[in-house]
Design a protein around this ligand. Structure first.
Ligand SMILES: [Zn+2]
Ligand SMILES: [Zn+2]
Length: 290
């Protein structure tokens, strides 16, 4: 093993790593360091986010705010996150470490750019659905499509210990109402772009992912005012449906929550599963709302 790289060297090489301009040997040493060093990982994250913000700021049409002000605002927002440890940073650090151990510098760059592309992929897919459906879809893609999964899934009792106690019944409701060919692989709180979710991820017998995503409503959010198709229509309760690419999305709401059932399945199956989960979930969420 070559002598370990110092933070100083890593910082110096960081921009060239992001540009893919380091040699394979340099990339490997850089990634070995960044994968193990929290500070450099955070800095790498910050720089990539800053770059992404700049790209976004530049792409936006010119409005009354000057470009300079918007760039300043974008950079400021990103800089304020400086040493906040984002969950996906941890996942990325772990991935970098794995890649280092197999010694593939090329793969490292691919992995890194895949992580960076996550935001643009999510944004692109989301364009295909109405604003209110994006809320849940973004979390499903972010958390299910872009995560590495452990080989052995812990038992649900173990998984739910990651949840705030008051939300643990959600996992129980899902477990009790989903067909037996769906296995719960995650029961946790997750976040994407400043929004927090209660998330139950499942895998079916064919290895396809399925999610129940709950989000607290933000001002003005409701399915009722959307032009979405009602896939289930009861007197005081409706389930709305939409799909984009391979994602089937069904959504319903309570006073304070938006709930989404998202799967890589047929529209009929997704609607049926949403219908099965909706009644007990609504009852539970109503009880939380008091
Ligand atoms: Zn370092
Ligand atoms: Zn999640």
């Amino acid at each position: 093993m070559k002598p370990e790289m110092l933070c100083e060297t890593a910082l110096e090489q960081m921009d060239r790593f992001m540009d893919g301009a380091l040699s394979d040997a340099e990339t490997e040493r850089f990634a070995a360091h960044a994968g193990a060093c929290e500070k450099c990982q955070a800095e790498l994250e910050l720089r990539e986010r800053t770059r992404a913000s700049l790209r976004r700021a530049i792409r936006q049409p010119i409005d009354t705010t000057s470009l300079g002000q918007r760039i300043h605002a974008a950079v400021h927002v990103e800089a304020s996150r400086r040493f906040r440890w984002q969950p996906h940073t941890l996942a990325l650090a772990a991935t970098l470490l794995i890649a280092v151990s197999v010694g593939a510098a090329y793969q490292l760059r691919q992995l890194w750019s895949a992580a960076v592309d996550q935001d643009s992929y999510i944004a692109k897919i989301s364009e295909g659905v109405t604003t209110i459906m994006r809320v849940g879809l973004k979390d499903h893609i972010h958390c299910v499509t872009f995560r590495k999964w452990p080989k052995e899934t812990p038992k649900v009792d173990e998984l739910v210990t990651a949840m705030e106690p008051k939300y643990r019944p959600v996992a129980t409701i899902v477990g009790a109402n989903m067909p037996k060919n769906y296995e719960i692989v995650k029961a946790h709180h997750c976040a994407y772009r400043e929004r927090n979710y209660v998330h139950i991820a499942m895998k079916d017998a064919d290895g396809k992912y399925f999610s129940l995503v709950l989000a607290r409503k933000e001002a003005g959010e409701t399915f009722a005012s959307s032009s979405l198709r009602r896939v289930l229509d009861k007197p005081n309760f409706a389930v709305y449906g939409e799909n984009v690419e391979r994602f089937q999305i069904a959504g319903f709401e309570t006073r304070d929550y938006l709930a989404y059932v998202i799967g890589d399945t047929t529209t009929e199956n997704n609607t049926r599963l949403a219908g099965t989960l909706a009644a007990p979930l609504r009852e539970f969420l109503d009880s939380l709302e008091g």
